[in-house]
Design a protein. Structure first.
Length: 290
């Protein structure tokens, strides 16, 4: 899913907002000219890939990029506090796997890359209503059929905090399919508020399944940029669960058997899927029609 006009407009606006407080107008102009040049040069790649080059440019011209580590820790703690309640509701559900998937999907709200603000009250409301939002029945039936014959599943995580709900879903997958080999993949290094190995350890995911980094600080999963280990894990998987818009943007049309699970947060996705903001998507790569 390569850069389009909507993505370019959003990126340019955000980059200009980032430098607006600076007083050096010459620097600001030069920066924006180079931003436009990078977007032109990488227009044939997904937006998350362009973000890698923009981060390098920002560090070159503006200094170190602010770290999200404290934000990550805060949302990991917040979701860990909700974990006992979510675990209880999942266990009590008629279909615990379906319930766990809907909570994991709602956790995708915690995204500082797609949204300017993450509101804890909105998150709480989405979690409260998560079980009211159904999974697409046809996609869910296909997912269960694939799992029945699958040997290897790769779970591509997305954001901090959200990774707690991912852990609960992975635990449920292990209970329902004890013979299924599951590996989780996190980002290779810090990028926005995406989950890394540090987050996986903080929330206990590393105690549940093997976790590997993608090999790159990129807010998505772009096959040409992955480490050999991560790429081999993906191409050798029978089923892949990919969380978040960034994973969709970088993987759509790759041909692998991917089940996307995320919320529509930005205008591009609400228009593309014909959904309201924060509506949940559960779609299969081989069946999706866009």
């Amino acid at each position: 899913m390569n850069l389009n006009a909507s993505c370019i407009s959003c990126i340019v606006r955000r980059e200009e907002e980032k430098i607006r407080p600076l007083s050096d107008e010459t620097l600001k102009k030069e920066y924006m000219v180079r931003v436009l040049g990078l977007l032109s040069e990488h227009s044939g790649e997904p937006a998350p890939v362009a973000s890698v080059y923009l981060k390098e440019l920002g560090e070159e011209m503006l200094g170190a990029t602010p770290s999200f580590r404290e934000i990550n820790k805060g949302y990991n703690r917040l979701m860990l506090l909700t974990e006992p309640d979510l675990r209880e509701k999942i266990a009590a559900a008629k279909d615990p796997l379906s319930a766990a998937m809907r909570y994991a999907r709602v956790g995708n709200y915690i995204d500082f890359g797609a949204m300017e603000n993450v509101d804890k009250e909105v998150l709480e409301g989405l979690l409260d209503r998560a079980l009211e939002e159904e999974l697409d029945p046809g996609t869910y039936a296909a997912f269960l059929a694939d799992l029945e014959k699958a040997e290897r599943l790769v779970y591509l995580t997305d954001n901090c905090g959200e990774i707690v709900a991912d852990k609960l879903l992975i635990e449920e997958l292990k209970r329902r399919y004890p013979g299924l080999s599951i590996t989780a993949v996190v980002r290779g290094a810090e990028t926005i508020n995406d989950a890394t190995l540090i987050d996986a350890e903080e929330v206990g995911l590393t105690d549940v399944v093997p976790v590997m980094g993608s090999g790159v600080a990129l807010p998505g999963t772009y096959l040409p940029f992955l480490s050999g280990e991560a790429r081999d894990a993906l191409t050798g998987a029978d089923v892949i669960i990919a969380k978040g818009q960034g994973n969709f943007e970088t993987l759509h049309e790759c041909g692998l058997n991917i089940y996307y699970l995320f919320l529509c947060k930005c205008e591009l996705f609400t228009r593309r899927f014909g959904m309201k903001q924060y509506a949940g998507i559960f779609a299969n790569e081989r069946r999706i029609l866009l």
